[in-house]
Design a protein around this ligand. Structure first.
Ligand SMILES: Cc1ncc(COP(=O)(O)O)c(C=O)c1O
Length: 416
């Protein structure tokens, strides 16, 4: 079977997400996925089961506690496999913002006065502020600015910023405003030639296909599970060789116990256990579309990723084309997805009405969206967009349908 010809069965996909038949949600088209996605029923079932039967302190010898711990460990094991990491290279914290904040404290170890840290102006603030704060310990902060014509981060611009003093580079895999996929593999290659530690923010990338962290060869990578079909948690990956060198940010007795050293407070137990449901959902997706083969989990994810991105391209390109050709709308980023060079996260403004007014019109027509700066205020500032009114963002994932896109375009034609 040619996997490129296998189409995503959208009816099957939607049947896995209870929200689509819920009385409150069912009449809406949900286009705010970059804010937070719906969850498949497997996640809800796992959460329910944990809360019903095993809501006790895990890792003791009695059955309920043993099973609680086993399910938490299972979630970690499966997620490590799905992103091609080792189990002791990932941690599940409260959010990406928290994970990056703690990581930045730990990485102070590698910063001497006068060392340089590169941040971008395309990132969400979660991957900027923690690194900019290193100024307080004497680091010099350098900004890699995106190109104002293409809205892209240009790698040759980065090359010019790197010096012998550069120690850290924090960069987004995909901006939550511009939507372009940055070539993190190439960026890591360049950084590593210069002994620079790379922190990739995958929050806007992972919902469109889980990353293979070893192929990207980043040193640290983060994404938010609540935008990737799970509960409100954040995953942080770190290369073992660096993780084990990091100082302990957790209880003193945990010295050397990485990755817990950079996960103070640990994970939310029930939510961690519910992540097994994301794996189950991906397995169901795989089994529904492909013949059962004894593939490694990462290879199944590879095939699912192609299925997802092909569908996303089909549903997002008509919308990108429509917004791009309207004279009164200003699209940010690429006007077409080709070979997954862009996520279906579509931001724009209007020349005629405010982003708030436009977003309200869409909401009146049962399109769940919003206007905001989405905490990427430096990106908006560079684009000359006020951070109060911000952009309108229509963000799609694989459970959106072509019918929803067509209906959205009709609403634009009739009301906007
Ligand atoms: C690209 C990007 N990075 C980081 C974050 C921060 O994630 P969290 O809410 O898990 O802290 C967000 C949240 O919207 C985001 O869109």
């Amino acid at each position: 079977m040619n996997i490129y010809n296998t189409r995503l069965d959208i009816e099957f996909v939607r049947s896995q997400f209870p929200a689509f038949s819920d009385p409150l949600c069912k009449d809406w088209s949900f286009f705010e996925n970059a804010g937070g996605s719906y969850v498949p029923k497997n996640v809800i079932d796992k959460l329910n089961a944990f809360m019903t039967s095993t809501k006790v302190q895990p890792y003791a010898e009695y059955d309920m506690s043993k099973i609680a711990g086993e399910n938490m460990d299972k979630a970690l094991k499966l997620f490590a496999q799905m992103i091609n990491a080792k189990q002791n290279e990932i941690l599940i914290g409260g959010s990406t913002s928290i994970n990056l904040y703690v990581l930045s404290n730990a990485l102070k170890k590698f910063i001497n006065k006068g060392d340089e840290v590169i941040v971008t102006n395309q990132d969400h603030e979660a991957n900027i502020s923690p690194w900019r704060r290193l100024k307080k310990i004497g680091a010099k902060i350098i900004e890699w600015k995106f190109d104002l014509n293409s809205h892209e981060l240009i790698i040759s611009d980065l090359e010019k910023l790197i010096t012998k003093k550069t120690k850290i580079l924090a960069v987004t895999h995909c901006s939550n405003i511009v939507g372009s996929i940055n070539n993190l593999k190439k960026i890591s290659e360049l950084a590593h030639k210069n002994n620079i530690i790379v922190i990739g923010d995958g929050v806007s990338y992972a919902p469109h296909g889980l990353p293979n962290v070893k192929e990207l060869d980043v040193d640290f990578y983060t994404f938010s599970l609540y935008k990737t079909y799970g509960p409100h948690l954040g995953l942080l990956y770190g290369k073992e060789e660096i993780l084990k060198e990091l100082p302990n940010e957790n209880h003193e007795f945990l010295d050397g116990e990485y990755p817990y050293t950079i996960n103070p407070g640990g994970s939310n137990h029930e939510e961690l256990a519910s992540l097994v449901g994301i794996h189950e959902y991906f397995e169901n997706l795989y089994n529904h579309h492909f013949k059962k083969e004894n593939l490694k989990l990462i290879d199944k994810i590879r095939k699912i990723n192609i299925l997802i991105s092909t569908h996303e391209e089909t549903i997002a390109n008509p919308l990108l084309e429509y917004i791009d050709k309207r004279d009164d709308l200003n699209l940010i980023g690429k006007n077409k997805i080709i070979n997954k060079n862009r996520a279906p996260t579509i931001s724009f403004t209007s020349n005629k009405i405010s982003s708030k007014q436009l977003s309200n019109k869409l909401v009146d027509n049962k399109i769940a969206t919003r206007n905001d700066n989405f905490y990427a205020w430096r990106c908006l500032k560079a684009l000359g967009i006020t951070s109060d009114d911000g952009v309108i963002r229509l963000s799609l994932v694989h459970y959106n349908s072509l019918e929803e896109t067509k209906n959205l375009i009709k609403i634009f034609e009739n009301y906007i």
